[in-house]
Design a protein around this ligand. Structure first.
Ligand code: ZN
Ligand code: ZN
Length: 404
């Protein structure tokens, strides 16, 4: 198996433990005509997973406001048994997911931590984009209830489909309606360490989170004796401390510092201190969580990660935690096994196309079975010279493909 390995060490760990051997990528190039061995990069679609391995990809690590460099929250877990799970599909994240060129049929399971747009805003893109680009079956979504039915995931998805009624109705005329359906499994947001999914050797549990309103949760994924914790938006909470303990990889938000919320995000000091230390997690609090639960590897995310914010957050984290750490950016990838955890960056194309999976596409609806969404009045406006201009190309194409 081709494997590009770099073990990432935190600067703080180096400070704490003194001299550490940094295992760099690169290895040795043995021949001018041969291939190079290990690199810091992961090239999607080029690496088998071991049966007992998890590959976790950050497809969004940013904030509600858009930034080309960082989409909003989305983590993709790929398991050695072939299962893939999306945890949140925040605004803008599907461009990163699409660049992995994974057939959409393998991206049908979505777990939502909560219903802020920076955690599910790109569901529209996964739903409609996947429908037009090879998904053959409905999407499946798991998400929490709310204090009242209208604050829960089932309500959100029901009304999501209503909001996109025009989109679905017009697609249903030419495409099978099946991939445009969404099934929802709603679970109690208050349940602690409750199993919300268990199939094929995979268990996913949920924990309550403390963030902006009742409903948000964090997830724990268990597979092959490995435990990966995907923390949603939350102030540090007792449930996370109790059940995320000894995770192999623990993801928890670490938000912009109040100073940076004022300096860079335009918030008032009052708003910044509430947002940064009450409904989100400050770097010092993140570090305290990690030094308490002691994961093999900690991941902080949910801030625009650039030199000055990175340094501010790292300084804060190091006051309370000096273990292995990634401060995540988009397209960071971790491979997790019993033996080691590696961190690399993804190298993927900006102009990726969808790749079909093994399933046959479902048949489009029989002619006449779905009402035509274009009226005769609008059809009568088709401009004849354009019909004539394209006629030779159309006829040639139809002949080649034996279309009537
Ligand atoms: Zn949120
Ligand atoms: Zn958020």
């Amino acid at each position: 198996m081709r494997r590009h390995v770099i073990v990432a060490f935190l600067a703080g760990a180096v400070l704490t433990f003194g001299v550490m051997v940094l295992i760099g990528a690169g290895g040795t190039v043995e021949s001018p005509t041969g291939t190079a061995p290990d690199r810091y990069a992961y090239y999607p679609g080029t690496e088998d997973l071991d049966k007992d391995e998890i590959r976790l990809i950050a497809c969004g690590t940013g904030l509600p406001a858009a930034r080309r460099d960082q989409a909003a929250t989305c983590f993709l877990a790929e398991l050695g048994n072939g299962d893939k799970f999306l945890f949140d599909v925040g605004t803008g994240s599907m461009a990163n997911v699409a660049a992995l060129m994974i057939p959409y049929d393998f991206l049908d399971k979505v777990f939502l931590t909560h219903l802020h747009t920076d955690h599910w805003g790109d569901l529209a893109t996964l739903w409609a984009g996947g429908w037009t680009a090879g998904r053959t079956k409905p999407l499946r979504i798991w998400g929490p209830t709310g204090q009242t039915p209208d604050m829960g995931t089932a309500y959100a998805i029901e009304h999501f489909l209503k909001a996109y009624n025009w989109d679905a109705t017009t697609r249903n005329f030419v495409l099978s309606a099946e991939p445009g359906k969404i099934s929802v499994t709603e679970f109690d947001y208050k349940a602690v360490n409750a199993v919300v999914y268990q199939e094929n050797g995979v268990t996913i549990r949920s924990l309550p989170a403390i963030h902006a309103g009742d409903g948000p949760v964090s997830f724990i994924l268990e597979y092959a004796g490995l435990k990966v914790v995907i923390g949603g938006d939350t102030f540090p909470n007792k449930w996370f401390i109790e059940y995320a303990t000894n995770a192999d990889l623990a993801i928890h938000e670490t938000f912009l510092t109040p100073r940076d919320l004022v300096r860079l995000y335009g918030q008032s000091p009052r708003q910044a201190i509430v947002v940064g230390t009450m409904i989100h997690t400050s770097p010092q609090a993140f570090g305290k969580v990690m030094s308490t639960i002691k994961p093999r590897h900690a991941v902080g995310y949910h801030f625009f990660n650039e030199q000055s914010t990175h340094d501010d957050i790292l300084r804060g984290v190091l006051q309370t935690y000096t273990g292995p750490l990634s401060l995540a950016v988009d397209n960071m990838v971790w491979n997790i096994t019993k033996e080691k955890i590696t961190e690399r960056m993804i190298v993927s194309p900006d102009q990726a196309w969808a790749v079909n999976g093994p399933n046959k596409p479902p048949k489009p609806p029989a002619r006449g079975s779905v009402p035509d969404p274009i009226s005769d009045y609008i059809k009568a406006g088709r401009w004849k010279p354009a019909e004539e201009a394209q006629a030779p190309m159309v006829n040639e194409f139809k002949k080649k493909h034996e279309l009537k």
